[in-house]
Design a protein around this ligand. Structure first.
Ligand SMILES: [Zn+2]
Length: 219
């Protein structure tokens, strides 16, 4: 068929959205996903089952909030717009109401330094943004603040956000953060998890900067 713009990217978005279902990140049609393009971003439409999504269903949005396409954008378009506009290193944003992140978010608890992999979200903890009604500018503002120096956060009484330089990166981090949330929640059932101190978390962050880029070990 004819040229819908950014076809390959749209197909990757749909594949990623379906992976959100398959991985259990999504609960119903509550998740959404965005991908930066030259002069705006592509966003999943509101309230559509990802199994039925076609490339044409994705919404092309501009920075001023206007959009093109036959579908209405996700109600959380402001969060995607504001994060992509403010964070030039970010290419894709994922939002979900995943089970364990949302469980902690309903307790208004972030994820502290209980495991060294918490640093995968960019710092020594994963914050929980204060509550605001879904789809509002206020919620977007809270999310932007909670993501300062981070690539993932929880949203109080709502869900989670994860960002990456591309869709694969955002998805991978979302799965990691949901796993951490599940581990932290389980540990809390038994007692108070022992936290790693700031010095150790800083050491891990430093180590990850060169992880996978080290010269071959000798011998
Ligand atoms: Zn939501």
């Amino acid at each position: 068929m004819s040229g819908v713009e950014h076809r390959a990217l749209r197909e990757t978005m749909i594949a990623t959205a379906r992976r959100m279902n398959a991985s259990g990140l999504n609960q119903g049609t509550s998740g959404n996903l965005s991908q930066r393009v030259e002069d705006g971003f592509l966003l999943t439409p509101t309230g559509m089952d990802y199994d039925t999504l076609e490339p044409e269903d994705l919404v092309l949005m501009r920075w001023d909030g206007s959009h093109e396409g036959k579908r209405a954008p996700s109600s959380e378009w402001r969060i995607h717009r504001d994060l992509l506009a403010r964070r030039p290193e970010v290419g894709a944003v994922l939002h979900a109401h995943s089970m364990f992140c949302t469980t902690l978010a309903c307790l208004r608890r972030g994820i502290p330094s209980f495991h060294y992999m918490v640093t995968s979200a960019g710092g020594e903890d994963i914050r929980c943004a204060p509550y605001a009604t879904f789809g509002t500018e206020e919620l977007s503002r809270h999310a932007v603040e909670a993501l300062e120096g981070r690539k993932a956060c929880l949203l109080a009484n709502h869900g989670m956000l994860a960002m990456g330089k591309d869709l694969a990166g955002a998805f991978k981090l979302a799965v990691e953060v949901e796993t951490l949330a599940a581990m932290y929640w389980r540990a809390l059932q038994v007692g108070e998890p022992v936290l790693l101190d700031a010095t150790e978390m800083a050491r891990v962050i430093e180590k990850f900067k060169t992880y996978g880029q080290q010269p071959e070990p000798k011998g």
